[in-house]
Design a binder for this molecule. Structure first.
Ligand SMILES: [Zn+2]
Length: 471
């Protein structure tokens, strides 16, 4: 999914005018290259992370973002707005116009105007060409990436598993870029007559998520906090000429739109109990080595050893046989295969072999197994540095041979948690609400997703309030 920097599209540098600042600056990427790269990365992002399967919600978000994008400094870019099926609280913009928000961040928003402020901020990264500038720098320092092979994506992710993976999507911008995007987001949302006070609320909510022991949302870690964003937004509001007409907030309309949306991890897309991976939809189970750090993504499931010197990755190979898949794998240049076997694994058709490959950094050695379940073949790769292979060999083989059909009825029928909106018929405090309408999340988190302070929150009669349930 990584943007392929190796393709020689950046041979010559050129100066371009920044659409937002009007300044001339060095750009190694033309607009058509920017668009092409963004579209390619967008396809990868959608495939890797999965698009949230609710076309109504997709077109709703599109309908909020598009008018701001069309009214921006770069109206003719191929803008798009997509909700990603990811529980992380995140939003990102790709070069040339594709903008993504996760269902995770939607669950933390409490009005249309709050969501619009996030979209406006991301539009700002595109109109100000922040990612293009980043790419130019990355391109200058990175040079050509040689060393191809089909193994390459896994090797790249090897180092990424610990931190923010997925390169471009989680590209970090500097504080100045963030401040500029906040400025632009403010400008775009107010131009579209949304109430900028909701931008303050949005930042308050994101601030709350970083307290209280919750996992810091990705949006906070990829978006370095440019000072106090709440205070800065209030300064912008003070300096802004309020229009005479009404401002849009649309709290209820937004909340009704996200009613029923999946909240948190969706176990139907695979989940871990310790290091045992269950996939109820694909009906499979795989035991990764105990103590390893695991990661479940739309396109792959992976685990790294505690010392980060060995990796195991499961991917979908498709409607091919294990033997055909193995023949194709073995035919790759630079691979040496040995110890092949066609023995079944837990009654499932399989093909296994040991491989060695020369990479840029080292010689790696490991096992590859193709195993078929319900007509679909999966590829399991387990490898390490050649020197450590003997140390991991048994662990690899135990894990690879644990692949089996999932038959546990409880695991097969697992359901995700969902947001449910309750319309209050009388006023109550948050804790009264939580007693009357229990949630599967702690009350502190319930406060955050409702955009209120746990200690002092009261809701009036008629208010829509979020809860999280499994049903
Ligand atoms: Zn940003």
């Amino acid at each position: 999914m990584m943007v392929r920097f190796g393709v020689c599209v950046f041979a010559l540098g050129a100066c371009a005018t920044n659409p937002v600042t009007g300044r001339r600056e060095l750009a190694l990427v033309s607009e058509s290259q920017e668009v092409a790269m963004g579209l390619e990365a967008a396809k990868d992002a959608a495939r890797q992370m999965g698009v949230y399967p609710d076309s109504g919600l997709q077109s709703y978000v599109q309908s909020l973002g598009m008018p701001m994008a069309r009214a921006s400094e770069r109206p003719s870019l191929p803008w798009s707005f997509t909700v990603i099926d990811d529980p992380a609280v995140n939003a990102f913009a790709l070069p040339g116009g594709p903008i993504f928000v996760t269902r995770g961040i939607l669950g933390y928003m409490n009005s249309e105007a709050q969501l619009v402020s996030v979209l406006g901020h991301e539009i700002g990264h595109v109109t100000a060409r922040h990612s293009v500038n980043q790419m130019s720098k990355a391109q200058l320092t990175q040079g050509l990436f040689v060393g191809a092979m089909i193994l390459r994506p896994e090797l790249q992710r090897f180092g990424d598993l610990g931190g923010q993976a997925l390169g471009l999507m989680f590209m970090k911008f500097g504080r100045d870029d963030e401040t500029q995007s906040d400025d632009l987001g403010f400008r775009y949302m107010t131009k579209a007559s949304f109430d900028p006070a909701e931008m303050t609320e949005m930042f308050r909510t994101l601030d709350r998520t970083s307290g209280g022991g919750e996992r810091t949302p990705e949006w906070m870690s990829t978006h370095p906090n440019p000072g106090n964003r709440v205070a800065k937004t209030q300064e912008r509001i003070a300096a802004w000429t309020r229009p005479t007409g009404p401002l849009t907030v649309n709290r209820d309309r937004f909340l009704q739109r996200i009613d029923g949306m999946v909240f948190g991890d969706d176990p139907r897309q695979g989940y871990f109990t310790q290091t045992v991976f269950y996939h109820p939809t694909l009906k499979l189970r795989l035991d990764f080595p105990a103590g390893w750090r695991t990661q479940n993504q739309a396109e792959q499931v992976a685990a790294v050893s505690a010392q980060q010197d060995a990796i195991m990755v499961m991917t979908l190979e498709g409607a091919t046989t294990p033997q055909q898949a193995m023949a194709k794998f073995g035919a790759q240049q630079g691979l040496q295969m040995s110890a092949s076997s066609g023995a079944a694994i837990n009654g499932l058709p399989a093909a296994s072999a040991q491989f060695q490959a020369q990479t840029q950094q080292a010689v790696i050695q490991g096992w590859v197994t193709f195993v078929q379940l319900e007509g679909t073949t999966y590829r399991l790769l387990a490898y390490t540095d050649q020197q450590r292979f003997n140390q991991y060999d048994r662990i690899f083989r135990a894990s690879l041979s644990s692949f089996q059909r999932l038959t546990d009825p409880a695991a097969l029928s697992v359901k995700p948690a969902r947001l449910r909106l309750v319309r209050l018929t009388s006023g109550m405090t948050l804790s009264q609400f939580n007693q009357q309408y229990p949630s599967v999340i702690p009350i502190e988190q319930l406060a955050v997703i409702n955009g209120v302070d746990a200690a002092t929150a009261t809701f009036p009669s008629g208010a829509w309030v979020k809860r999280v349930v499994i049903q």
